[in-house]
Design a protein around this ligand. Structure first.
Ligand SMILES: [Zn+2]
Length: 117
């Protein structure tokens, strides 16, 4: 269940980042070819980190919990405890408070979690 919590937090934030990219880069929004004409290519690591902090600090934990429950149910291993909820909230806080949220986000996922992605 801890792996599902990690995969859910990581996946939700990455998905929100992709959505933000589609909102802020007109070429991504239409899935246009020609990478160098994309505004998103010029985002610095600081830009990406700022966007990740914006996303993680405004996440609705109730929605995160619903996604974790859905994953657990779908994988037939739904056994949620207070500890799992605390882990999820801790991970979101860790990303929000990090100096380099992008690296912290990638470190959330362990090699054994990749099958859940
Ligand atoms: Zn783009």
């Amino acid at each position: 269940m801890r792996a599902i919590v990690r995969a859910a937090v990581h996946g939700i934030i990455k998905n929100c980042l992709r959505e933000k990219q589609n909102e802020e880069c007109p070429r991504c929004a239409i899935n246009a070819p020609g990478e160098r004409h994309h505004a998103c290519v010029y985002w610095s690591l600081d830009d990406v980190n700022f966007k990740i902090k914006e996303i993680s600090s405004s996440l609705c934990m109730e929605s995160v919990l619903n996604i974790i429950i859905t994953f657990g149910y779908a994988l037939q291993c739904l056994c949620l405890t207070q500890e799992h909820l605390a882990v999820g909230a801790e991970l979101v806080d860790k990303v929000t408070e990090a100096e380099d949220p992008n690296s912290v986000l990638d470190e959330i996922i362990k090699p054994t979690d990749k099958c859940l992605m």
